[in-house]
Design a protein around this ligand. Sequence first.
Ligand SMILES: NC(=O)c1ccc[n+]([C@@H]2O[C@H](COP(=O)([O-])OP(=O)(O)OC[C@H]3O[C@@H](n4cnc5c(N)ncnc54)[C@H](OP(=O)(O)O)[C@@H]3O)[C@@H](O)[C@H]2O)c1
Length: 309
Amino acid sequence: MKQTGKWTTQDMPSQAGRTVIVTGASSGIGFVAARELAGKGAHVVLAVRNTEKGENAMQRIRGEYPDARLEMRELDLADLASIERFASEFRGTHERLDLLINNAGVMVPPYTRTADGFELQMGVNHLGHFALTGHLLDLLRSTAESRVVTVSSGAHKMGRPDLEDLHWERRSYRKWQAYGDSKIANLHFTFELQRRLAEEGAPTIAVAAHPGVAMTELQRHSSFLEWSSRLIAHDVEQAALPTLRAATESSVRGGEYFGPDGFLEMSGSPVRVQPIQRAQDEEVARRLWERSTELTDVHYERHAARSAA
Ligand SMILES: NC(=O)c1ccc[n+]([C@@H]2O[C@H](COP(=O)([O-])OP(=O)(O)OC[C@H]3O[C@@H](n4cnc5c(N)ncnc54)[C@H](OP(=O)(O)O)[C@@H]3O)[C@@H](O)[C@H]2O)c1
């Protein structure tokens, strides 16, 4: 029996009957989240770009939970066509979506463009998830008490996206700034999505989480970060808890944000945390939303109309 007041996976309610998508479930925090949700009885769809890693992840989950209800589907968030294909196949085979965890991410890669010409970090971390959520909105809206959880980062504090130059075509590329921009975009997206869902009276809420610091494959592009993270990181099991709490606790309200409770939110147990004030700027969120709609050609209003029809 649990003795402390700290939230752990023991506090997660049964997920039986729920259908969940976790992006980037092949490693790190996404893998732990997928495993724990499956362990509580959810039907978990591992949305991965590398199917070999995805198979391996499913085997590891089944090693721990032999009865886990798992499915793997290919999703490359750096390619709008792949996102549309994933969503259309999912909608063709599932009647509900209780939980979408927008977790996949890349950090400080060399300057790279996605298949659609977007800077990779903004493209995968924000625009890919913007498009994915939009394509799945009808299913979310028709599922009672559904949720969208988007994984941001403490690095959102550096974020100041230049909406006129989102892809660094006019400035010399600063990879850390681009990461921070994509992570504040995750928060702008969550808060704007929540406002829109509430306005429509949809049964879906949008919430955000950040893991603190954990040694995962995310640090693959920076040996400095790999080295420094070792000194301050908590373990990946602990780092997945803010996401899992945001995803499953019944008292969570739309627009809330979860992270670790330790020094500078780098480690600790999951609690409600505050983003910086700039992340709550409604005007910036609205403009980023418009720009994201233009760039991805995913129109949330049309998807909402389709589910109402
Ligand atoms: N670890 C930290 O300290 C930390 C701190 C703050 C925030 N975060 C956030 O936590 C989230 C999870 O990161 P993590 O630490 O668990 O890192 P990770 O182990 O590298 O996991 C990231 C996942 O995203 C997937 N991914 C990358 N590009 C993709 C694409 N184009 N399409 C689909 N999937 C893609 C990766 O797939 P592959 O396996 O194929 O590469 C991997 O499964 C990210 O959003 C990250 O920004 C992490």
